[in-house]
Design a protein around this ligand. Sequence first.
Ligand code: SF4
Ligand code: SF4
Ligand code: FES
Length: 246
Amino acid sequence: MIISINRRNDKENYMKQYKIDKENISTLEALEYIKENIDSTLTYRSGCKSGSCGSCSILVNDKEVLACKCKLNDDITIKPLKNGTIIKDLVVDLEQTAKLLFKSKAFIEKFQDINIKKEDEELIDLQSTCILCQSCYSTCPVYSVNKDFLGPFALTRVLRYTNDKKEANNTKKLDAIQVNGIWDCTLCGNCTIACPQFIDSKTDIMNLRMKSVQNGYSDPTIQSNDFLNEFNNYNDFNTGFNPNSF
Ligand code: SF4
Ligand code: SF4
Ligand code: FES
């Protein structure tokens, strides 16, 4: 089988092909084989080898996958995740997403010591299973043009902490996600499709929008009503036309 890998050195990106004669292996095992037997300069990240640390996330045939969970059957192309700065070959810089997590206050700010019931745990169960693989950031069209967009995982994590009974300041978290946050998401659902943990960030963002409205915020794009004003001004008459029926 032929494996084409997008390499990057100090100066440039280039594609390099490797021929390996192995069957029934994962993409990560293929990378390990290449590094050990063909080209020791190949650089990639990996950790647990069991789908639970998120460090081996890459693009296989332009789709985000965990290399340790992705079986190889055919010739493939491997690239680093999109939307991040490439440090070398398949390794991308994680610093920007770490900053976004901090900026969105996606953590417990004010701890309150209360008894947690089973149903309280269930409220935050799914969002707590994130393995920080960055696949959702790689696939997000908003993050691709705006690196200050808080992004799918940070927003999912904000929902996780607003729903956490141990957080005494839970509604305060909504303050941090109004700018470059929930209202900038296009609700395209790419993040939901890419997530290996089946976390539905798109729905989490919709839930955060609902919570924000319940707490006095409103959608800034509706508030400015730019499209409606432009339509009526351009035609030099006020038709009363309202495309959104509100
Ligand atoms: S749904 Fe929103 S956060 Fe998710 S990929 Fe699309 S724009 Fe990005
Ligand atoms: S939400 Fe899913 S895709 Fe995004 S970092 Fe977490 S595990 Fe990865
Ligand atoms: S090596 Fe940990 S998820 Fe793949």
